[in-house]
Write a protein that binds this ligand. Structure first.
Ligand SMILES: CC(C)(COP(=O)(O)OP(=O)(O)OC[C@H]1O[C@@H](n2cnc3c(N)ncnc32)[C@H](O)[C@@H]1OP(=O)(O)O)[C@@H](O)C(=O)NCCC(=O)NCCS
Length: 178
């Protein structure tokens, strides 16, 4: 398996991976929503605000993750990991964790200070994320599952509480995604 940064000519295959993976795990309509989200990122999010990584085996994309910029009034350099997918036939073999660790290293090298995600604490705790409250890291929209609000510092151990509001990229700025 090889992990790399995505290229624009991977866009159709990545969109299909997310549609298939989320349709299998959460039903066709969720598959379409998440496929639409990643297509929107790839088509419209500013390149400075987006990282996408892919895992490839036998020239097929079997996993992919997206990070997009989060903006805080404090000015901290932060990105949110969402969404992540490993093809249904390849889950449980470490692909997701390898992709996320690769992505976090790349963010660190680029000076990102804080990584955030919104998902299952049992899975994301395997790659360094811990549950946080909105008092520590404000969320940009109202969350349906605040227990899935997670973060990790990429520059030290402790996350200092961040005052003020936060903003995500426009493509994530939709209540139904939170
Ligand atoms: C979640 C997901 C990305 C994990 O990728 P993966 O390649 O299967 O994960 P890994 O093989 O690296 O890690 C597997 C570990 O995570 C756990 N895990 C895997 N999927 C999980 C899930 N959906 N929820 C909680 N834990 C999960 C497994 O128990 C396993 O732990 P173990 O090694 O101690 O047994 C993948 O299962 C997936 O695409 N699921 C469907 C879409 C989804 O839910 N995406 C995440 C939300 S954005």
């Amino acid at each position: 398996m090889k992990i790399s940064i995505y290229k624009p000519n991977n866009a159709d295959e990545i969109e299909q991976l997310f549609i298939k993976t989320f349709s299998d795990s959460e039903g066709r309509s969720e598959g379409e929503v998440i496929g639409g989200l990643v297509r929107d990122f790839m088509d419209n999010t500013d390149a400075n605000d987006l990282y996408c990584f892919i895992a490839t085996e036998n020239e097929q994309i079997i996993g992919s993750i997206f990070f997009t910029r989060m903006t805080f009034e404090s000015g901290i350099n932060a990105f949110i990991l969402s969404p992540a997918a490993t093809h249904t036939d390849h889950q449980g073999k470490g692909v997701g964790q390898k992709l996320i660790n690769f992505g976090l290293d790349a963010l660190k090298e680029n000076g990102v200070e804080l990584a955030i995600t919104y998902g299952d604490p049992d899975f994301y705790s395997k790659v360094g994320f811990g549950v946080i409250t909105e008092q520590v890291v404000p969320a940009p929209l109202k969350m349906e599952y605040p227990e899935g609000w997670l973060a990790q510092s990429l520059v030290g151990d402790e996350i200092e509480p961040i005052a003020g509001k936060s903003y995500c990229v426009e493509e994530l700025n939709k209540p139904e995604l939170w």
